[in-house]
Design a protein around this ligand. Sequence first.
Ligand code: PXL
Length: 291
Amino acid sequence: MKRPVNRVAAIHDLSGFGRTSLSVVIPILSTMGVQVCSLPTAVLSTHTGGFKEYSLVDLTDSMEGFISHWHKLGLEFDCIYSGFLGSARQIEIITGFINAFSGNSPLVVIDPVMGDNGKLYQTMDKEMVKNMKGFIKKGDVITPNYTEAAYLLDEKYSDRINEKTVKEWLIRLSEMGPRIVIITSVPEDESKNKTSVMAYDREDERFWKVSCVYIPAHFPGTGDCFTSVIVGSLLQGDSLPIALDRGVQFITAAIRASYGFKYPEREGILLERVLENLNIPVITSSYELLE
Ligand code: PXL
């Protein structure tokens, strides 16, 4: 029997303060009419970006017990969506989870959260990058930001890149396994005040781009918000370029809603002020199909 709403297994940490990971995944997907089943990887007092200290409870040893209970219940998921992970062991456990719950062919979305602005997050190292390279093979869709894409491909991070090179990166990442590759925060070569999201679907060999005006702010968790909107949108049956448009429009509105207030950026975007935008029909769209 078809379920009344789509169901996602969300494999992320829960950071108590700051708006990242499960704290944003759950409200965004719930607002988009998707049931979220959390498989928490860790619980933290805050996220790790912009806080020198944080308190962390690692849940790696509980994950297998959670998974086997879900297995016993005979649960099925329409999507398996993973984000911030802490260790090779977690990747191994989640790989097992994806294999065990593959029966109904869920959409596997992997956000290879590792770093931003050319640098790895403080909990990440070369070994995690190596493990992530293997793990993305399991994804149907991956959503690295520009920094993470460079790490996954062993490319140098530079604050300029041309479109042709990004297209090559998209193809190379897709050759590592995933059918759809979405790279966020790509600097635009010809304009310093623009960034873009670029994507490739190996099935129809089309490249897409959505440009956005660059705002000089770095709110942690925007990547988690973006990928959550992509997940919700694809599960609602949108095409890839419309999903990209919805993701970019939502993040742009959220940053604009936040930037005018003066508060510490590490607290994240003011999600609470824009969550309802997710239920507005798509009226304008700005995606481009690249030659
Ligand atoms: O937004 C990504 C993210 C998720 N979870 C934790 C983080 C970060 C980024 O800093 O620290 C714990």
